[in-house]
Design a binder for this molecule. Structure first.
Ligand SMILES: NC(=O)C1=CN([C@@H]2O[C@H](COP(=O)(O)OP(=O)(O)OC[C@H]3O[C@@H](n4cnc5c(N)ncnc54)[C@H](OP(=O)(O)O)[C@@H]3O)[C@@H](O)[C@H]2O)C=CC1
Ligand SMILES: O=C(CO)COP(=O)(O)O
Length: 338
């Protein structure tokens, strides 16, 4: 049955997911904080800054009016950057307090909140009182907006502690090119999603410096080992890290030119200054704040994360990429499965 869905955040991922939900037969309103962007989506059916050249379905409605977007919704999909997730949740709650709705809450963002180090479902759980929501479901996996826009084949995970809600989200998104699995390990899915961005910055940096495939495979493999270590320390299931939201997303983000995190790393490897990388990307690079959050969590829990520490030193301590690679290669020898 068709659902009414509000998509909060109309950047590259939010707008493409909104478009797909329309094409799946749902009634969808995309909410943005920019009037000009809403107008462009409604009038030209384009979103040139975020997905250049793409024509959106004419049935997709965009608005800056949150009350209008949330009217009678069955589900709300958050796709805003991590740093504004809490703020946008508060804005939504202010509306739901008046309308007394109780939608399913979905998020498709990937990060850990700076300062609190919280996963995004924890942020949403904290901000949205239970009377204004059903379950929280996380949609995550190897999925670049640019490829989903072209209806390339994409497989992701819908994670929730509530199986019925995960299955509702599975049905909502599935179609002939987008396949969704359910998973009850919300911790593992969110940790994998946030932490793969950190490793992707490293993979991009190796590429920028001219290293080859051996180095990239090594970084991905050892990166997965440390991501899993941290995730498991916070209650994730180890197997989740060899699933779509773990190694699947790590592979796509650490090898694809579509990835903003990979591209940021590549530019750093080529010698560009961090601020210039951020200023010229024009889209969110989640791995930068997530590196800080992951580094602090690892310190707190005494988890060994040498690659994350190295990337942290490049981003926050002004160390050179070559220097941290040299440090990593000169660590004491150890057993692979320690
Ligand atoms: N792009 C992709 O392929 C994928 C992205 N993701 C994840 O999805 C999340 C969003 O990424 P993506 O869409 O790529 O990011 P973009 O940078 O493309 O877009 C982010 C959007 O959020 C908007 N935004 C920022 N602050 C606010 C606010 N306070 N209120 C309302 N809207 C706001 C931005 O508007 P403004 O321009 O005004 O700042 C922009 O439209 C990230 O966590 C990312 O990791 C996950 C899978 C795939
Ligand atoms: O999460 C993504 C792919 O699954 C998108 O990665 P980037 O944010 O690095 O573009």
């Amino acid at each position: 049955m068709a659902k009414k869905v509000a998509v909060l955040g109309a950047g590259s991922w939010g707008s493409i997911l909104a478009n797909m939900l329309v094409q799946n037969g749902n009634d969808v309103v995309a909410w943005t904080n920019m009037e000009a962007q809403a107008q462009e989506l409604n009038d030209q059916h384009t979103n040139e800054h975020y997905v250049p050249g793409f024509k959106y379905d004419e049935r997709l409605v965009a608005t800056t009016d949150l009350e209008f977007a949330l009217k009678d919704v069955d589900a709300v999909l958050f796709v805003v950057p991590t740093k504004v997730m809490r703020l946008v949740a508060q804005q939504m709650v202010a509306v739901l307090e008046k309308t007394k709705q109780q939608p399913v809450i979905i998020h498709a963002s990937k990060g850990l909140e700076l300062g609190t180090h919280k996963r995004l479902s924890e942020v949403l759980e904290e901000e949205i009182p239970s009377q204004y929501r059903k379950a929280i479901v996380v949609l995550s996996g190897p999925s670049h907006a640019e490829e989903v826009a072209k209806q390339d084949l994409t497989l992701v995970t819908a994670a929730s502690t509530d199986l019925a809600s995960a299955e509702m989200v599975q049905k909502l998104f599935m179609n002939h090119y987008f396949r969704v699995y359910t998973n009850d390990d919300i911790i593992g899915v969110e940790m994998g999603a946030a932490l793969k961005n950190v490793i992707a910055i490293g993979a991009g940096a190796l590429h920028g410096l001219g290293y080859g495939d051996d180095a990239k495979a090594a970084l991905i493999t050892r990166g997965l080992a440390e991501i899993s270590r941290l995730g498991v320390a916070f209650g994730a299931k180890p197997l989740t890290f060899i699933g779509l939201s773990g190694v699947g997303d790590l592979i796509v983000t650490a090898t694809s030119v579509h990835s903003r995190n990979w591209r940021a790393g590549n530019e750093l490897g080529q010698g560009m200054q961090l601020q210039e990388v951020i200023d010229t990307m024009g889209m969110v690079i989640e791995g930068i704040p997530s590196t800080k959050a992951a580094y602090e969590l690892a310190q707190q829990k005494h988890i060994e994360m040498p690659i994350t520490e190295a990337i942290y030193d490049v981003l926050y301590n002004d160390k050179g990429v070559k220097e941290v690679i040299d440090d990593l290669m000169h660590r004491d020898g150890k057993s692979e499965l320690e």
